[in-house]
Ligand binder design. Sequence first.
Ligand SMILES: NC(=O)c1ccc[n+]([C@@H]2O[C@H](COP(=O)([O-])OP(=O)(O)OC[C@H]3O[C@@H](n4cnc5c(N)ncnc54)[C@H](O)[C@@H]3O)[C@@H](O)[C@H]2O)c1
Length: 278
Amino acid sequence: MSRHAISYNARAVVTGAGNGIGRAFAMELHRRGGKVVCSDIDFESADQTASFIRSKGGSALAVKCDVAALGDVKQLADTAREWFGEPTSLLVNNAGVGIGGQCVEEISIDDWQWVMGINLWGVIHGCHVFVPELKAQGRGGVINVASAASFGAAPMMAAYNTTKSAVVSLTETLHSEVFSYGVHVSALCPTFVKTDVIKNARMAASSKGKLMGREKAQSLMDKLGHSPESVVVKSLNGLDKNKIHVLPQLDARIAWRFKRMSPSQFIRFSGLMASQLD
Ligand SMILES: NC(=O)c1ccc[n+]([C@@H]2O[C@H](COP(=O)([O-])OP(=O)(O)OC[C@H]3O[C@@H](n4cnc5c(N)ncnc54)[C@H](O)[C@@H]3O)[C@@H](O)[C@H]2O)c1
């Protein structure tokens, strides 16, 4: 990949950089010569990521930011601009939370609002605040971390699936609006990645049984999950090629093609597969 690609020597802001995929993005962007603002709702974890990068001779700043709060995201952009001495050139909207274990009518409104606030509004806030400065520079990138859940229709995951599907739609629309400005926009759609997302998720016990409960989800992640580092490398390389959807794993690519070829069969198959897990 050319050293002039967007993921190299970036002035990057990563949300949710204190753990998992966000931490791997911060490290890889440092490896590619970038300066990284590591933000997270948990300042201590963001600071650990930033300190690690500095210990390797890199340039990183930790910032506390709750992506669900527009004011925090505006402050994040201002802090980043001041620290870089220039506007941000790459935004990774990564912060997100998991939720599952209940069917649609069982999910509480509080749970819907919680997950929409972080997984969807967090990405909307990031795009709203940072895209004007990317367009003005005539170059840059946005990675929105979605999920294969955006198209997988897995039962007992409606709230999570809905947020990720909306993130893909937002990404596609933004891509169509800004590609002519030299701004690359892509959605990362992984299946399982080995992180703490399930441990940190709200996983309720369903009245319909344990379908996709915490233990089952964790055991699938342990068996099938890829490393955050491998997924992040594919995401950044995909952004550099201006790919709109980055499907970093084979199972995600198979599911994507199946869904496009035969949506109704895919959705019913997805339900049947999940019912075998109980
Ligand atoms: N791990 C997977 O299997 C997987 C698969 C597909 C998509 N994803 C997505 O990847 C992204 C990263 O998740 P992960 O797997 O690394 O999980 P993780 O739980 O390991 O890390 C998430 C990070 O986000 C931070 N965070 C949570 N709420 C926040 C908020 N309101 N504001 C700012 N930061 C916040 C957490 O403190 C944590 O550091 C999420 O958007 C998730 O939905 C994960």
